[in-house]
Design a protein around this ligand. Structure first.
Ligand SMILES: *Cc1c(COP(=O)(O)O)cnc(C)c1O
Length: 431
């Protein structure tokens, strides 16, 4: 499968894999939580420090950096988000951007002669930061949270959204791909349902951007935010991106009114006058160094094509599920991700009461999935950097460690049934 994989060569463009697959000491199954660095980023960051920052100094802002958040945003919009120019920007962290856009959305519905909209619709299995933020916004603005009780092994259906919304709904906030189960929500129909009652929709794209094609313009999405350090390999804490549909930009106001979002930044006038267009959603000085690395993955996606990336992602998750059925199900492991790839993003979650212990042992041996309580092990498959052999070795290692745990063996010793190459130097395999 690696041999016929048209994207296989991208794997060698990541740090640690350049000397050949056999030398890569890791089975990395967590690119959906923190992507691997690219070799191109290594060069780009060094070059930036030495030349752009090192020799242009403060002049860099006028020459290049003021526009960088919007240039990267346009390119990301073009290659991965189905968003026309002038609607995407690189901003603050995902958490802060979600706050800014959610507050903008609920405040929009408070103005004018419309009857007051009093509710925010969200789901019980969304990522913690999304839920906590909306708790805070509801308290700040005197709104009520309307909870959809989502299936932890599935996600939020169109019917559940239809049942939850009404003329009282100000905002619906959902994840496009659920961080736990990997469920892929129906963006087009859910957005249309929300619009049919006059509500705005804010999509969290953190677990879909870079592995699942997103069609923000076609789906008529209002607002979106997504993370850049997962499938976009932007690096730990790299800033997030925001999308605001063009016709909403000048009617929304966001709550963190900083100087970088004003009409004329360097006038430094007495009062806040928001810029026209997407710039008003910026607050302070943009984190330029933090947005360097993501550009290399955006370029790879542009070259490979997001549909090809998705096709490999589907093939990887199908393969992982085949192995789970074959090797893990007999040990009592259950699949808690959708079986139908039409409803699945780029990762697969498997449950067993021993998974916390299994994950700890795997990490000690450089096999790196992640654990999400109470008993889920997530197998993240990053289409540009993960190979099929790596996937195979990863699931084999999960099998062997779990088998050891079930047999009451605390540690691991060579020759005790551990998968070939597991924990060692790769043993000549082409991960
Ligand atoms: C990763 C992730 C976040 C992360 O937010 P930060 O502000 O970067 O910590 C938020 N939401 C979802 C759905 C995520 O998957």
């Amino acid at each position: 499968m690696d041999r016929i994989d048209g994207l296989a060569h991208y794997r060698r463009q990541f740090v640690g894999t350049e000397a050949g697959a056999a030398a890569d000491p890791f089975v990395y199954l967590d690119g959906n939580s923190l992507g691997r660095p690219t070799l191109a980023s290594l060069g780009r960051i060094t070059e930036f420090l030495r030349h752009n920052w090192g020799t242009r100094l403060i002049r860099g802002w006028d020459e290049e950096w003021m526009d960088l958040p919007f240039r990267i945003g346009d390119e990301l919009g073009r290659v991965a988000l189905g968003a026309g120019p002038g609607q995407v920007f690189i901003g603050d962290s995902t958490t802060v951007l979600l706050y800014k856009l959610a507050r903008a959305a609920v405040d929009y519905r408070r103005v004018g002669s419309e009857p007051a909209r009093t509710e925010i619709v969200l789901d019980t299995d969304n990522f913690p930061t999304d839920r906590y933020l909306l708790e805070g916004i509801a308290a700040e603005r005197g709104l009520t949270l309307h909870w959809i009780h989502s299936d932890p092994a599935g996600g939020v259906s169109v019917d559940q959204v239809r049942a939850a919304i009404g003329p009282q709904t100000a905002l619906v906030l959902l994840s496009h791909v659920a961080y736990r189960s990997g469920f892929l929500a129906d963006m087009r129909r859910i957005t249309a349902a929300a619009h049919s009652v006059g509500a705005l929709v804010l999509w969290d794209l953190s677990h879909s951007v870079g592995s699942v094609p997103v069609e923000l313009d076609l789906c008529d999405v209002d607002l979106a935010v997504g993370c850049s350090y997962k499938y976009l390999n932007g690096g730990p804490g790299a800033p997030a991106f925001g999308y605001v549909r063009r016709d909403l930009q000048d009617v929304l106001t966001q709550p963190i009114q900083g100087w970088m979002g004003t009409r004329d930044v360097f006038t430094m006038g007495p009062g806040y006058h928001p810029a026209d267009g997407i710039r008003r959603f910026q607050s302070g000085t943009p984190p330029i160094v933090g947005m360097l690395a993501m550009q290399d993955t955006i370029a790879m996606i542009g070259e490979a094509g997001i549909e090809e990336v998705r096709a490999k992602s589907v093939a990887l998750t199908e393969f992982a599920i085949t192995l789970v059925d074959e090797w893990l199900a007999p040990l009592g492991v259950t699949l808690t991700s959708p079986r139908d790839h039409a409803h699945r993003g780029g990762h697969v979650t498997v449950n067993h009461p021993a998974m916390r212990q299994v994950t700890t042992t795997l990490w000690e041996h450089d096999v790196i999935p992640d654990f999400r309580g109470p008993e889920g092990l997530r197998i993240g498959l990053s289409p540009l950097s993960t190979s099929f052999v790596e996937t195979l070795e990863g699931v084999a290692a999960i099998r062997d460690v779990l088998r050891g745990v079930l047999l009451g063996q605390a540690g691991l010793a060579p020759g005790t049934g551990i998968a070939p190459g597991f924990g060692q130097s790769g043993a000549g395999s082409g991960r």
